[in-house]
Design a protein around this ligand. Structure first.
Ligand code: NAP
Length: 518
């Protein structure tokens, strides 16, 4: 058999596991908001364009402002021109798609508005469009409980899913600590079963984050090295080139720890470090992720002082332009202690990872935007090369580049050609775009499709959210009452405060910074 036939066979086999999506209605609460215009409608339009939407569907937007179906469609069209990932927008496709889009004006607290929504669903004259309902809560988390309660009272949400299926998609931030996340979960599960709740972390919708699982478990060569015997340490970096910009008000409440570590970084870490699931179904995967989060060694306040570094940027040059310091940004207090950078060393108390540090870091106004996981293997014994290299022979490393320029590279040592026996690191690289062609669906496309299909693999389960908050709460406790010190400030445009380098130096490690895409 030719290689290409083999490729065909494999692709087909994996494709057969794809779920069918039944006809349904998607109700977006917060229809006039930024998220709807920027992400949700462009994602639904692209799913339609790529023929991935169910054969019959409707989209209903719910918000306070007065609009008609026509005026909302017009606004969405303008937003699509701005935010669509493919340009220009295909007018014919938009016309077909938008014929399925409707608006329902209402206040979240008003039961009558939900009854009106029910009538609108009835008017579609199709039991599946009436009863298979995806409720997307593009609202503040403080409104989740109210919306869900009213949906239940208006007979639109059924915990036992006795009439069709109903699912609730909720956005981050999912709480601001363990207690508030617990409270939110309790409010949601008063009227919906946990299996109906789909908590979004858009990072999990990224193709390359999903590829971590495929890479680990569809290949035998790396998985056998994926443990304390071979791995020296792991670095996970999610760096952002931009500062907080206009989001100072939000950021003052959140900070990098809550905004990035609690969700994206711990999610990536759990995928990198979890045990193989018993199947690729949602629950076994989520079971393993929770198990991993629970095996992270809890941090005492003394550990926090030694294992966690905060930072805040002051004014500095980023890409040749002078940028404001965080304390000078709009809606930020002049003496703010909010962290715009976090680096943390976590230890995992399980058989596979005992003693292997996981270094996680994220920050704003760093030299470039990139997300990478670096698995650094143990160094070789230096006996053979001691004369040439001392103990400086570069250890092997595997880098999973999540964005941009998604790919995987393996760094190993090669002999420099010639008569000498010099050795230097070389790289073997694989790029998704070069291999498969550019394929960059927005995370929201994948996530909306999965939610319609009822596959919760890429969504966060209640116990996962709570386990992640438990870790983050301990860190916050360790910071309480301690203002930032001089060593924790960093100039915008650098890789964070010096204290972050010291964190790794404790074990003789150094940060390997993501490199610009060439
Ligand atoms: N924007 C993003 O890219 C993004 C990304 C990730 C997560 N999120 C999260 O997603 C949520 C929504 O964000 P957003 O940026 O879209 O917010 P936004 O622009 O402020 O929009 C809020 C929406 O909720 C509606 N609304 C508020 N109170 C209402 C009420 N009492 N009754 C009826 N409708 C009401 C507003 O309707 P009216 O206009 O009619 O008042 C508006 O449509 C937030 O929790 C945010 O943190 C947003």
């Amino acid at each position: 058999m030719e290689n290409e036939d083999l490729d065909e066979l494999m692709v087909c086999r994996l494709d057969q596991t794809r779920k069918t999506v039944e006809p349904c209605s998607i109700v977006i609460f917060g229809a006039s908001g930024d998220l709807t215009a920027r992400k949700l409608i462009p994602a639904l339009y692209h799913l339609y364009k790529e023929k991935q939407m169910p054969p019959k569907f409707r989209v209903i937007g719910f918000a306070r402002r007065e609009k008609t179906d026509a005026s909302w469609r017009e606004e969405l069209r303008q937003a699509l021109d701005q935010f669509s990932r493919t340009k220009p927008v295909d007018d014919k496709v938009w016309q077909e798609f938008s014929a399925n889009v409707f608006y329902c004006m209402g206040e979240f607290s008003d039961l009558e508005a939900y009854k009106k929504l029910g009538k609108q669903l009835d008017s579609f004259g199709d039991p599946q469009l009436r009863n298979n309902l995806l409720f997307y809560l593009a609202t503040s988390p403080s409104q989740f409980g109210e919306v869900v309660e009213q949906l239940y009272k208006a007979d639109l949400l059924h915990k036992d899913e006795s009439k069709g299926w109903q699912r609730i998609v909720v956005e981050k931030p999912f709480g601001h600590d363990l207690a508030s996340a617990y409270q939110l979960n309790t409010e949601l599960t008063r009227y919906a079963h946990e299996r109906q709740v789909f908590r979004i972390d858009h990072y999990l919708g990224k193709e390359t984050v999903q590829n971590i699982l495929m890479f680990r478990f569809a290949n035998s060569i790396f998985e056998r090295l994926w443990n304390r015997d071979s791995v020296d340490h792991v670095q996970i970096t999610v760096s952002e080139n931009l500062g907080v910009g206009q989001r100072g008000g939000y950021y003052e409440e959140a900070g990098a720890l809550r905004d990035m570590v609690q969700n994206h970084l711990l999610q990536v870490m759990s995928l990198v470090a979890m045990e193989p699931p018993v199947s690729l179904d949602a629950e076994p995967i989520r079971d393993e992720k929770v198990k991993l989060l629970k095996s992270i060694r809890p941090l005492t306040p003394e550990d926090v002082a030694k294992q966690v570094v905060r930072g805040q940027y002051f004014a500095g040059m980023v890409d040749g332009k002078m940028q404001l310091g965080y304390r000078q940004e709009a809606k930020v207090k002049a003496d703010s202690n909010v962290e715009t950078f976090v680096a943390v060393k976590l230890l995992v108390d399980n058989w596979r990872w005992s003693g292997v540090p996981f270094y996680l870091r994220t920050g704003k106004h760093l030299p470039l935007s990139a997300s990478e996981v670096r698995i650094q293997f143990r160094p070789t014994p230096s006996v053979l090369f001691a004369a040439q290299c001392g103990n400086k022979l570069d250890p092997n490393a595997l880098t999973l580049r999540l964005q941009p320029n998604e790919g995987i590279s393996l760094r190993f040592n090669g002999k420099v050609p010639g008569t000498s026996t010099s050795v230097r690191p070389v790289r073997m690289s694989f790029s998704y775009n070069s291999e498969f062609g550019a394929y960059t669906p927005e995370a929201y496309e994948r996530l909306l499709l999965e939610a319609m299909a009822g596959d919760a693999t890429l969504f966060i389960r209640r116990d996962e959210v709570e386990a992640a908050w438990a870790i983050v709460d301990e860190i916050r406790k360790g910071w309480e009452g301690k203002p930032l010190t001089n060593r924790e400030f960093y100039s915008a445009g650098t890789w964070g405060p010096m204290a972050a380098d010291d964190l790794l130096a404790q074990r003789g490690h150094v940060w390997r910074n993501p490199q610009p895409v060439t």
